[in-house]
Design a protein around this ligand. Sequence first.
Ligand code: SME
Length: 162
Amino acid sequence: MYEFRIDAGDKAELYRQLTDAADGLTQGEPDAIANMANVSALLWESLPDLNWVGFYRNVGGELVLGPFQGRLACVRIPFGKGVCGTAAATLEPQCVEDVNAYPGHIACDSASASELVIPIVSEGRLLGVLDLDSPLLARFDSEDLQFCAALVDRITDRLTGA
Ligand code: SME
């Protein structure tokens, strides 16, 4: 059994512990789906104020739903559509303070108010995206973006082949 005690006083420490935990959880495990499943569970349990967290995979140039925690979600998202599709098309993280003000936002869960999407890129190729949704407006800031991107970066080589 995996047991991680995430007990942090500030955001930097929280993400440091989370990144180490994600690294430990996925180390030596080549199955990308299993790794995405455990990392989404880890983030869901440890990050406050989320209503959805999970992965979309790049399957033949389209985002397809992967392991996640939260309510049922859209299965397929074309590149360029919504927040996830924009991250996929641009390979740039997207931090959206108010999804209802975002042109083309795809409302999978009407509870979502803000969103952070991190593209997962290996050797220039998009593997997929990590998507975090919150019921709070402006839940994510540039620190969340940097720390989540660093977490993804640490484990990218264990997310290939999904
Ligand atoms: N809102 C996202 C779609 C995915 S769900 O939030 C899980 C978007 O606009 O890309």
